[in-house]
Design a protein around this ligand. Sequence first.
Ligand SMILES: N[C@@H](CCC(=O)N[C@@H](CS)C(=O)NCC(=O)O)C(=O)O
Length: 204
Amino acid sequence: MKLYYMPGACSLAAHIIMRETGQTVELERVGRDKKTEHGENFLEVTPKGYVPALRMDDGEILTENIVVHNYLADLKPASKLAPAHGTKARLRQDELAVFISTEIHKTYGPMFNPATPEEARQIAKDKLATRYAMIEEMLADGRPYLTGENFATVDSYLFTVTRWAEPLKVDLSRFPLLAAFQKRVAERPAVKAALEAEGLVKAA
Ligand SMILES: N[C@@H](CCC(=O)N[C@@H](CS)C(=O)NCC(=O)O)C(=O)O
């Protein structure tokens, strides 16, 4: 399997999941010009032009974060990154994944565009504050990860998008449990390895 990625983009979540589940990690970096590091035209890989895109072993391309995350986790159920299909636990995890995607990930999106005016940035920041308050509330019972004791796909996703707060000047200082969560996830060996492989931290 090959993961098309951009360093530090949302594709980091799938990358972490591949490492957490012990799958062989083949990475292909995509540039802003939509050319990959080995000269592929990324728009021919996926006309959406978005990472993550996963080239599966049968050669087909899979896109959309949540679907890619669940596919990778379901390949390795023993890793327990996603509960079994058809269970209430899976339903709740999927609910959370969609919340992270539509309410958090996609709220950051416009802030990456230098043309987005300050007023729109502030609206996005205010919305993020209300969404992160809900995450903080979830963590208030002392659970280490979003769904409880086990690291799951949604933890990888939340960690990845929340890394953008600092460069985009989103103030998360009101959320100490979230800060502890980010630190906890960053300390996982698979996460460290993914961050190093994408050049986001220096190798220890
Ligand atoms: N609907 C897609 C969106 C993925 C997405 O937003 N990818 C961003 C990186 S986080 C991207 O590839 N942006 C490149 C661009 O806008 O040209 C999903 O949920 O997977």
